[in-house]
Design a protein around this ligand. Sequence first.
Ligand code: 16G
Ligand code: MG
Length: 544
Amino acid sequence: MAHFQEVSKRSTLHSKPAGLVLQYGTAGFRTNAKHLDHIMFRMGLVATLRSKKTKAAIGVMVTASHNPEEDNGVKLIDPMGEMLTAAWEGHATHLANVEQQELPSVLEDMIEKESIDMSQEAVVFVGKDTRSSSDSLSQAVLDGVHALHGHSKDYGLVTTPQLHYMVRCHNTQGLYGEATVEGYYSKLCQAFIELTKNTPNRTDDQKHLTVDGANGIGALKVREMEHHLKRELQVSLFNHGDGQLNHQCGADFVKVQQKLPTGIKVNTGERCCSFDGDGDRIVYYYTSSDGRFHLLDGDKIATLISTFLKELLIQAGLNLKLAVVQTAYANGSSTHYLEDSMKVIVRCTKTGVKHLHHAAQEFDTGVYFEANGHGTVLFSKAAEEKIKQLADDPNTDDTRKRAALLLRHTINVINQTVGDAISDMLLIEAILALKGMTVQQWDAIYTDLPNRQLKVKVSERRVVDTADAERRAVSPAGLQDAIDGLVKKYRHARSFVRPSGTEDVVRVYAEADTQESADSLAHEVSLAVYRLAGGVGDEPKPLH
Ligand code: 16G
Ligand code: MG
């Protein structure tokens, strides 16, 4: 175990608090930053082994996304820029929780189980968000990489999707793009400018967008990118770092509170969007003259993008299978609109980006979005090839050629590795420009069913087990029957419950024809969870 001497030596500088047990959750480790130093060091070790195993660069992003400033976390990125494969989440959790002196033997086991060739070179890319704890935590990751003699590249401050992008660029030998932040801006912005070239009558109003940067890394990066956009998109940036990260601003706040973030100045009817703390989520919104707040969430974004792509595929005469992937949280109106009016295939998966991503990979063109604003579009290799051939073929007629070229630029504006607020923003802005559509017209494509989300504290959330992409509860006994009975009392109603993957609660979702009905259904279902699944504390109270 000679190669672990360095690990043993350095690990003493990153000691594990006694008794602390953490899990690689839906999107990596996440908790108060002061508990994370040893996790970071150990994730440096895991990433190095994963790099040796896959013979490719692996990414480690230090961020806690939309959590408060005092938290932090870490996400691992696999060779094609996707999230760490589920098979290795177990290794990550195991290594995170063993006592210091066991580290060498656990590493030895992992190496044997995974047949890792330790003479293989390793490369780990590291990035971090703007949290004050991120500096030292990313140093701890680098320490872990170096303890196993891996090579590292420290990208410093980047958004999560930018780091995913770098990993893919490197591992495709530049085929996906140049693995630098400048390379990222120039690929995306050039594609955006090519797309908007086709909209000569675009007004200054249409070129203007208000962005809430959540006081996070996304804001810094929009600033850095701006000059590449050559004033084809003019951003008024708020919450650019002058306030507290994610505090009363950002995509999560806007989505959950259904109101404007603090710290932005905006006129009635103007198009705005909010990023989250690490720039992988986006939602749009505006206020109408009656003072009402209108949210355009991931479902509305998926509808806009899939409608646009479907029209282009038809114009191009390309017979490619297009699907939209959602979760149970998708508003019922969006699913109906997509299936019945748009006639696109809709798939539902469990919550968590990795599940949507995998489902989208099954199609030529897979648009995936969670209602909370995390999503992107994936194109199969064959689809990209067909689009390229058509665009390059001198015999293609004008209509088909125009559509093929627009599809090609669309592919280039998209970050196919993971949901990306900057890339999604550019794509949405280009689509609105090409369609000559206002945010109000986009909003009017369908009307959301009123809905409510609640959470119930129980003594053990795992007693709730679900099936059918979390739409049905299979345990505890009687819970699903109770939900079915309650749903029947309301019009256009739907409800489901699931154990959270990130918090110690059971989540409840309900939608119905009116807000009052959605609220009372959500309350009644919460009571059923409380009574049948071991609720703790006070019984849930009615909302009104
Ligand atoms: C994580 C997931 C997000 C999901 C959320 C659900 C990623 C990158 N993030 O934040 O997609 O919606 O968890 O949280 O996968 P919950 O299980 O607590 O409801
Ligand atoms: Mg995020």
